[in-house]
Design a protein around this ligand. Structure first.
Ligand SMILES: [Zn+2]
Ligand SMILES: [Zn+2]
Length: 648
């Protein structure tokens, strides 16, 4: 049969293997680099026969996402083999490729140590050096079961039972066999650049009632150079970890006594948060939102009516008041709808945009809690826009505009995704289509490119997710816009139309920063703790050379504070070099040194993030700092006018 292979026409023998066919079209060098192949969108092992009806076969290399994922997943098999060789008692479970590498979960009697990781990695290098082929067999369930039973691998048998299929594919390399759909690299020698990175605990199937497994993470890249770049980025990420910087910079902490997932905001962190929240309130008012506030608890019936009880119960907390059941709000929508319903609304009143810095509680499993990024109590910059169907597109555009200005303010790049109907959903298919189209049309009208995320919408409607990219190129979910026809229906929201009849409005749920806690954590890592001047809890620190300069430093402190600068003074009897180092560790943007010359000139010597700016009068120094605060706002046509004195 004739087929196109990597852009060339090739005559292939019937039942030929993909690898043989590829080798006819590729140079020797290119063929050696091919990890798998693609036919009609499906990825295949090179050892598989060319599927019937395949007219086009493409090689897959490690420089594309699919190839990298085949490489990393194969590395997980090689790691499992190494672990079994070194620790025969360990049981294997699952080992997928993930965004930056791969992992494999093992049931083992104790956590693996760094020494274990080094030994496993060395064993993997032996397996790679042996260049063993990956081979695939498809066996009936009974035979596959017997193989894993003889190996003592109970988890594999459980997985087979769950899949409920009649036959299973097994992959082997170098005597090690795993249950897997594939595909894999042709042989272990194709794994050229890998590294095991860390170990963590993980519950079997992510359920804390199950046994705790040992998860070993690793990463693999096409070339040693790519691997080195990635490892350097990991090192940098470790330095910026907000869980380390938060307590170090005295911004926030967690405590066993407060319980998991509960944040303690220290004065400096709470101040940054206050500035962020004040900015948000002001900016929402400027954009036609109204600030509202609802209760933390609502009767259980309300959550039943909204569908949260049926679809979201496991993430909610419940309590009782006067023998009535109440739910603690996991979302802010319901109270906003009650405010809307408190009076008759006309078509002329719409759109109505209710904004709340809404504190919510969600029961996250303890295993997924992660610093500020995943907590159990958090505050969203939440708004609900209730509008006429004909206003929907314009409202969505308004929100996307808002998000764009905020991303510019912080200097984030971002990507947009539309998430469509999930398996568990409420409402009619017609409404889902209408809502999904409204979101897509708005983005098309704005000319914003977007990806589709099938099945990832909220249970009550499709959504636009906006993911920002931080300084290390990592993506973080922040803003979402959800389109909802169902809740207005369930809660009987109406407006009186031009025709005097009652009509159903549409509701948009949206957040811009998302959870303030999470956004704060992202900011700490993005700026490596060095907040831009407008957000820095302490914007400037006055450092005296000797005690003789303390009197003037006191005057300078008061003067700058009166001008609206958040400033502290270090009047301790310490060497200037020591004071400077300490202030820089605190990531304070402006250091103002006071010595003989400065006292005489009634000024300060200014250093901005390590850069000398020379002797300035107090007026000049204050003006510099305040202008620096304005800078990021100019990008979004906004302005800065906050004044908080610093905590001392
Ligand atoms: Zn596999
Ligand atoms: Zn909502």
């Amino acid at each position: 049969m004739r087929m196109m292979v990597a852009g060339q026409e090739v005559e292939a023998e019937p039942k030929a293997r993909c690898g043989e066919v590829l080798s006819q079209a590729l140079s020797k060098k290119k063929f050696k680099q091919a990890l798998a192949c693609r036919c009609n969108g499906a990825l295949l092992d090179l050892s598989k026969p060319v599927p019937d009806g395949c007219s086009e076969l493409e090689p897959v290399y490690a420089d594309e996402a699919d190839g990298l994922s085949v490489l990393r997943h194969s590395a997980a098999h090689i790691m499992a083999e190494a672990v079994k060789k070194l620790f025969p008692k360990a049981q294997v479970t699952i080992g997928p490729a993930i965004e930056d590498g791969f992992y494999y979960d093992f049931d083992f009697e104790r956590p693996f140590t760094p020494e274990d990781l080094a030994a496993i990695e060395a064993e993997m290098r032996n397996i790679v050096a042996g260049n063993h082929a990956f081979t695939c067999r498809v066996l009936p369930k009974s035979e596959a079961e017997k193989i894993f039973k003889d190996m003592g691998e109970d988890y594999k048998r459980e997985i087979m039972d769950d899949l409920g299929e009649d036959s299973f594919s097994l992959y082997s390399q170098d005597g090690f066999t795993d249950l897997c759909r594939g595909p894999h690299i042709p042989s272990t020698g194709h794994l050229k650049a890998f590294k095991l990175t860390h170990v963590s605990g993980a519950y079997w199937r992510g359920d804390e009632r199950n046994r705790m497994l040992q998860r070993i993470y690793g990463t693999a890249f096409a070339t040693p150079k790519d691997l080195k770049k990635h490892l350097a980025r990991l090192e940098e990420a470790k330095k910026r970890d907000h869980r380390k910087l938060g307590p170090q910079l005295d911004l926030f902490s967690f405590s066993e006594e407060a319980g998991p997932g509960m944040v303690l905001w220290h004065p400096k962190g709470a101040l940054v948060r206050t500035i962020l929240e004040d900015f948000e309130k002001k900016e929402h008012l400027r954009r036609g939102y109204q600030i509202v506030q609802g209760p933390q608890l609502l009767p259980l019936q309300m959550w039943e009516k909204s569908g949260h009880y049926d679809n979201y119960r496991e993430c909610m907390y419940f309590t009782e008041i006067d023998e009535s059941a109440y739910g603690i709000k996991p979302m802010n929508c319901l109270a906003h709808m009650l405010i809307y319903k408190s009076r008759i609304r006309s078509y002329r009143d719409l759109p109505i945009r209710y904004f709340e810095l809404g504190t919510v509680h969600r029961h996250e499993k303890s295993g997924v809690l992660h610093g500020l990024l995943r907590v159990r109590q958090f505050t969203q910059d939440d708004a609900h826009i209730i509008c006429r169907p004909d206003q929907l597109q314009e409202e969505i555009i308004g929100v996307v505009d808002f998000v764009r200005d905020i991303m510019n303010l912080f200097g984030f790049e971002y990507e947009i995704e539309i998430s469509t109907r999930p398996e568990k959903y409420i409402g009619s298919l017609e409404d889902w289509d209408r809502a999904t189209n409204a979101l897509m049309d708005a983005l098309k009208k704005l000319g914003s490119p977007f990806d589709i995320n099938e099945g990832d919408g909220a249970f009550y409607g499709p959504k636009i997710d906006i993911k920002l990219k931080d300084a290390l190129g990592r993506r973080w979910q922040c803003a979402t816009i959800q389109c909802d026809f169902t809740l207005p229906e369930r809660f009987g929201l109406v407006y009186v139309g031009r025709d005097g009849e009652r009509h159903r409005p549409v509701m948009l749920h949206r957040v811009v920063l998302g959870a303030i806690e999470r956004f704060f954590g992202v900011l700490v890592e993005h700026f490596a703790g060095a907040f831009p001047t407008w957000l820095a809890p302490v914007q400037a620190k006055i450092l005296t050379v000797t005690d003789a300069h303390n009197a003037f430093a006191g005057q300078a402190l008061e003067s700058l504070r009166n001008k609206g600068v958040r400033v502290e003074a270090d009047l301790r009897n310490e060497k200037l070099g020591y004071k400077v180092r300490e202030a820089r560790l605190e990531k304070i943007p402006y250091l103002l040194v006071v010595g003989d010359k400065e006292v005489e000139a009634a000024g300060v010597n200014v250093r901005v993030r390590g850069e000398e700016r020379g002797l300035k009068s107090l007026e000049e120094a204050a003006a510099m700092i305040l202008a620096d605060c304005q800078e990021p706002f100019k990008r979004g046509g906004m302005s800065y006018s906050f004044s908080y004195s610093c905590p001392v």
